[in-house]
Design a protein around this ligand. Structure first.
Ligand SMILES: *[C@@H]1O[C@H](CO)[C@@H](O)[C@H](O)[C@H]1NC(C)=O
Ligand SMILES: *[C@@H]1O[C@H](CO)[C@@H](O)[C@H](O)[C@H]1NC(C)=O
Ligand SMILES: *[C@@H]1O[C@H](CO)[C@@H](O)[C@H](O)[C@H]1NC(C)=O
Length: 426
């Protein structure tokens, strides 16, 4: 008896190990990997530091007499800083700097484009970028992008988006900063002819397509989620054009999911464009999806870059990600070839490995938190990490923040930890 036990034991273990590995490589085992996220920043409310002048509570006095941005219509007076209205929506990371944007969707936002040093502890005060004197150079900035040529790209919508009182302060612009010198290198107006009825509220992100060896020959893809389009900008030609297609539209069947117990019935179309690695000729796949949608599409960047190309003949439906896969920003990771999604409908981060076909089984939630990943407003792959900015904006829109609790976060996680032994790890 004793002898048999000892002989069979290693075989059973081996069989079990084999079985577990087979299962792991085929299927996601379903553990929540939120534990692999570490907190970079968290804020109860947003505060500012203007060259040592701190704004940590409402500031009714107009600081800049010629300023046009800060009228509080309700109180019929100028209000420089109304703390509660300051919601971070976009971010980007460059070396030891984290850019944080606060789009002007209400009055009382003193600075829309800001920076904080990475090593500043839990709840850093935002500093205007590039400096305090530049606050009037930007009207409203959503999700900026750092490119591989050490430049920061953004769209300034030019729009004050106070509900029922939109004010187009100036034409929308593409703005580029040199991150080595923190100086502006381009400001290019987005003309009326690439907008639909002059609508600028949907220009909420920008994707930059460039090779580090050809910095002057860059293209930018700007989403228009309000009017369902991609606006393409060629840096070399200084020209812009618009692509429209039905796959940029929201899907009526994908509305009415909930975030923080609030029903989301928005009609947001094309939200995010994520680029695969380039081949030797600079050819890439551009993956895209509308916000209110469970589908993922793709198109070659050669089609986007060619104003005369036939988009409708060249796009591809990659697949259906499944119920509650509605997502905002997504980004591509070179090492794994996986796409990571800000999955707002499940308070999570989703992934799909582009090396295998997209199905509901190959698109998985790798991390979820109903307290700390509630509405990921922006997501970036930074080297081999996923970074997210969480802002719980449905709470701001439909109810009220508890300002004694943490409302906004930036978290990061190593991609290898998030995907190890899952279907995204191929
Ligand atoms: C643009 O404006 C015109 C006139 O107000 C209106 O008839 C049309 O439906 C609008 N188009 C879109 C796409 O909103
Ligand atoms: C979403 O909710 C609205 C309001 O309750 C309802 O009228 C609409 O039919 C719903 N749509 C879907 C696709 O369930
Ligand atoms: C706000 O949060 C604090 C701390 O968690 C809690 O004590 C308080 O009851 C909350 N207030 C509301 C109105 O929920």
């Amino acid at each position: 008896m004793h002898y048999i036990k000892i002989k069979a034991f290693p075989h059973i273990i081996l069989l079990l190990v084999l079985l577990i590995n087979v299962c792991k490589s085929q299927y996601y085992i379903g553990d929540n990997r939120f534990k692999y996220f570490s907190e970079v920043f968290s804020w109860k409310q947003i505060n500012y530091d203007f060259d040592g002048v701190l704004y940590t509570k409402d500031e009714p006095i107009q600081k800049k007499l010629d300023s046009i941005f800060f009228r509080d219509e309700i109180e019929e007076k100028f209000q420089f800083f109304k703390q509660y209205n300051n919601i971070p929506i976009g971010f980007e990371v460059y070396n030891q700097k984290v850019f944080i944007t606060v789009p002007r969707r209400r009055y009382g936002i003193p600075s829309t484009l800001n920076v904080v040093p990475l090593e500043t502890g839990t709840s850093p005060l935002l500093k205007p970028y590039p400096n305090t004197d530049s606050i009037d150079s930007f009207v409203s900035v959503y999700r900026p992008r750092v490119d591989s040529c050490k430049r920061l790209w953004m769209v300034d919508t030019g729009l004050i988006e106070v509900p029922n009182n939109f004010e187009q302060k100036r034409a929308p612009q593409i703005i580029i900063y040199d991150l080595e010198t923190d100086t502006e290198i381009l400001r290019h107006e987005i003309p009326m002819d690439v907008l639909v009825n002059g609508t600028t509220s949907g220009l909420t992100s920008i994707t930059v397509d460039v090779l580090p060896s050809k910095c002057d020959d860059a293209y930018a893809y700007i989403n228009d989620l309000a009017r369902n389009g991609i606006i393409v900008f060629s840096l070399k030609q200084r020209s812009l054009w618009r692509i429209s297609h039905q796959t940029f539209n929201f899907d009526i069947g994908a509305t009415n999911f909930t975030v923080a117990h609030h029903v989301i019935n928005w009609k947001d179309g094309l939200f995010s464009v994520a680029l695969s690695d380039p081949d030797n000729d600079g050819k890439r796949t551009a993956y895209y999806h509308p916000f209110i949608s469970t589908q993922e599409y793709s198109v070659s960047n050669e089609i986007l870059k060619d104003q005369s190309a036939d988009f409708a003949k060249n796009y591809k439906l990659e697949g259906v990600r499944g119920a509650f896969s509605q997502s905002g920003s997504h980004d591509f990771h070179s090492g794994s070839k996986a796409l990571f999604y800000a999955n707002v409908a499940q308070d999570g981060v989703m992934c799909w490995n582009t090396k295998i076909p997209l199905t509901t089984k190959t698109t998985i939630v790798v991390a979820q938190s109903h307290t700390k990943l509630v509405y990921i407003s922006d997501l970036k792959v930074i080297k081999d990490e996923v970074w997210v900015l969480v802002d719980q904006i449905p709470v701001f829109i439909y109810s009220q923040f508890n300002i004694t609790e943490t409302n906004f976060y930036v978290h990061k996680a190593k991609i290898s930890d998030l995907i190890k032994h899952t279907v995204c790890d191929k």
